[in-house]
Design a binder for this molecule. Sequence first.
Ligand code: CS2
Length: 480
Amino acid sequence: MANIDEIPYVPDRHGVSIVHIGIGAFHRAHQAVYTDDVLSKTGGDWRILGVSLQSRHIADALNAQDGVYSLVLRDQDGQPNIRKIGSISGVVAASRDTAPIIEAFSSPCTHIVSITVTEKAYGILRDKSGIDPQHPSIANDLANPEQPVGVIGMLAKGLKLRRDLGLRSFTVLCCDNLPDNGDMVRVGVLDFARRVDPMLGVWIAENTCFPNTMVDRITPATTPELIAEVSGILGQEDKTPVETEAFTQWVIEDNFCGPRPPWEDAGALLVDDVAPYENMKLRMLNGAHSMLAYLGYVQGCIYVRDVMRRKQLATLVDMHMQAAARTLDPLEEINFDDYRSQLIERFENPNIAHQTYQIAMDGTQKLPQRIFAPAVSCLDKGLSVDCFALATAAWMRYCLGQMPDGSKYELQDPKVTEIAEAVSSAGSSASKIYQNLSELSDFMPTKLADSNQFSERTIKFLNLLIVGKIEDITNLMSEI
Ligand code: CS2
């Protein structure tokens, strides 16, 4: 029988002081759980008002359950453990009703606005010089700053309300998988504010903190099967369960401009500098994830665990993590070999059904920090770029949108049109595919694009992948 843990506190007795934008599965398996731990251990008014930018469904489903949902923990063996989470007070669908969001932004009780909206939603240029005025929600919000639909416009509006009401700024806490995520959002919000109200830019620069964070917990998307399984165990329907692994990690820069929950009591690490943790996670975990997703998907592996069961692919994953570790500065508290072994065990977890297709989404938004940044470090350090060339080739092969048997799959990426044009005008030549895809806008860093070593190796791997020769790849890699 599965174990069910009920909420050990009365949720309604705790006030709301956090607004969270992007109330998807990851937030519900991560920050909402740390906050639930805090509420259980030390209480406080730390509940979360969720904002859903796109989906109305999640707002309706969670509100119908008073924000309460099941967290399903699946470790390597045994029964799932179900835990009810009470830290979310309710969810507002921004596309339907902005009044409760304005009210929360204007409340002196709100101390933090946190975010998980995925990489593509920000619209900030990769060189962090500012916002991308072509990005759909940025373009919309620059034209209508009073009715923002995107995350940057919404933060700027919220901060404007604080300034106009003479309230202390809230802290903006970005929890997406991006390097220097807080610094990046700061650049975007400041640039946006300066364009719509220059004095607001000055106020934000002086008053608002944007801590950097590293977040980690493998969380597959919720499926109808999970909903049916959990509802069966509970004996009543839960439309919004999330399943995740036992492992969880959160490293937060201790830089808040107002009160914050004692998340360290729930196991979060509050530090002065998040960058070394962030690079380790982005390059070793996420980099290997992207590589295995592209390679595995076209080999017919539906889940990450299927990739790990194929010896040759698992060896390539291990090699990728080792290569990524070589690009990192040492971290006193962490032995990278131990971290790698732990990652491999997590990827192998037979009870987590994490789809390679899910990870393969939005490659143009993920490769720069996961694959290109460590590749550039290799060039700087005189190390082999092979593992990163292979990951890039695997993504390029995936961009062809076709399985080895000719059946087609749909690419999900904000640059899908550009990718389709790049691929179709390249014909069947690997070097032309490489050239066209590496020239996508705001994508590959110049240093990498200019490297003959990188292009030659990537094209060589891409050629092998197009004819489906995984054995030859392993042989080539073992020459490293
Ligand atoms: C994954 C991440 O979908 C992806 O791109 O690499 O969501 C990964 O599972 C998480 O970052 C783990 O913390």
